[in-house]
Design a binder for this molecule. Structure first.
Ligand SMILES: NC(=O)c1ccc[n+]([C@@H]2O[C@H](COP(=O)([O-])OP(=O)(O)OC[C@H]3O[C@@H](n4cnc5c(N)ncnc54)[C@H](O)[C@@H]3O)[C@@H](O)[C@H]2O)c1
Length: 346
């Protein structure tokens, strides 16, 4: 069996572990700073095996030795924003947690593919690639699968049809500037715009953009985890089974869509090597402008993070035209970061 490590045995991490086990995709190791939570949830999930007919082995730990030789490492560790905490404070704390987790995990699993989930998603994925030094096709962020799933759900509900028949793609950053592609949404091959008025489809796109906040408003504390966990499991399945599915993922742009050196949600072919290739869709100028604006916001946040964690200032060249690239000239992480077992920030 393949082996998947999930760092952060919280709501998203444990739920991802549950879906992975129930699909018999891999043995799962849950890692958490709270060792009891990792061990307890893993044992609980293990005991679902005879009931739901899966044979994945699950275990929990706080030390990274248990993660050795994983095929996939999923990073969900982090803290949520607390009352009175600024976005920059959260960015700095989660950067410390993610860089420490990534640095330790890659030592034990140098051949793994990393899937990052912790928010702010695109920035944390870029950080993971910088800290691990892995080729960018092996460090991928999960957001587009979730955001597209939300858009597909709302389209299906609007039409009163099965969500299985709805296809849609959401690109850009995982946040207020995500880019749901209306023209590329379809129902069994029929363009959604032929079935739903454009203004109404636009409303569904706005609900998609606010999809996470809508769930938080009901939950009061905590955020979504069932659909995020299922999205992680779909990416893991696609990778381990080399399915080469076309999915929107946060990946390092290397010139596509006029973007460069920034992690942002783009359509990719996902397989056993991670990102097999980035697909360039012909976008209308308004769609391309929205994607570039989204990428520029991520790049600025990466620059802020690099400054906050002491990697020095980074210059961001903003996208103003289709020809202008977004560039994050991030200073290389000091070697000590990759070696450190401690978070960069405490
Ligand atoms: N990318 C997406 O689409 C998406 C969707 C949902 C949630 N998220 C993000 O995923 C993250 C996890 O969400 P959650 O609801 O599971 O949160 P959670 O609080 O339930 O879980 C986080 C876990 O991380 C652990 N942790 C903290 N520091 C750690 C460390 N140094 N090493 C190991 N474990 C550590 C905590 O103990 C906790 O169990 C958050 O950042 C959230 O915003 C992203």
């Amino acid at each position: 069996m393949s082996k998947v490590t999930i760092i952060g045995a919280g709501f998203v991490g444990a739920t991802a572990g549950q879906y992975i086990a129930m699909k018999n995709l891999a043995d799962v190791v849950l890692i958490d700073i709270n060792e009891g939570a990792a061990m307890g949830k893993a044992l609980d999930l293990l005991q679902t095996g005879p009931i739901t007919s899966h044979c994945s082995h699950l275990s929990g730990a706080s030390g990274y030795e248990a993660t050795a030789n994983s095929d996939v490492v999923v990073i969900t560790a982090g803290i949520p924003r607390k009352e009175g905490m600024s976005r920059d404070e959260l960015l700095k704390i989660n950067a410390g947690i993610v860089s420490s987790a990534a640095a330790q995990a890659v030592k034990f699993s140098p051949n793994a593919i990393f899937i990052v989930v912790t928010n702010p998603l695109d920035v944390m994925t870029q950080l993971t690639q910088q800290v691990t030094g892995l080729p960018s096709h092996r460090v991928i962020g999960m957001a587009g699968v979730l955001d597209s799933g939300r858009f597909q759900t709302f389209i299906a509900a609007e039409l009163g049809i099965s969500p299985v028949d709805v296809k849609a793609m959401v690109l850009g950053g995982h946040g207020d500037l995500m880019v749901p592609l209306l023209r590329h949404s379809s129902v069994n091959g029929i363009p959604a715009l032929e079935l739903i008025a454009e203004a109404r489809l636009q409303e569904l796109a706005v609900r998609t953009r606010d999809g996470g906040a809508e769930i938080v408003s009901y939950l009061k504390s905590g955020s979504a985890y069932y659909a995020p966990g299922a999205s992680v499991a779909q990416m893991v399945e696609t990778i381990l089974q080399d399915q080469k599915r076309l999915l929107p993922c946060s990946v390092l742009a290397t010139g596509q869509y006029g973007l460069n050196n920034v992690y942002v949600g783009l359509p990719v072919v996902l397989g056993r090597n991670g990102v097999e290739r980035i697909v360039e869709l012909p976008l209308e100028s308004s769609e391309l402008a929205a994607l570039q604006k989204s990428a520029a916001a991520i790049a600025k946040n990466v620059a802020t993070m690099n400054d906050l964690i002491g990697w020095g200032k980074a210059e961001v060249i903003e996208a103003k035209t289709a020809e202008t690239a977004v560039v994050v000239l991030a200073a290389a992480p000091p070697a000590a970061v990759a070696e450190s077992k401690e978070p960069v920030t405490k």
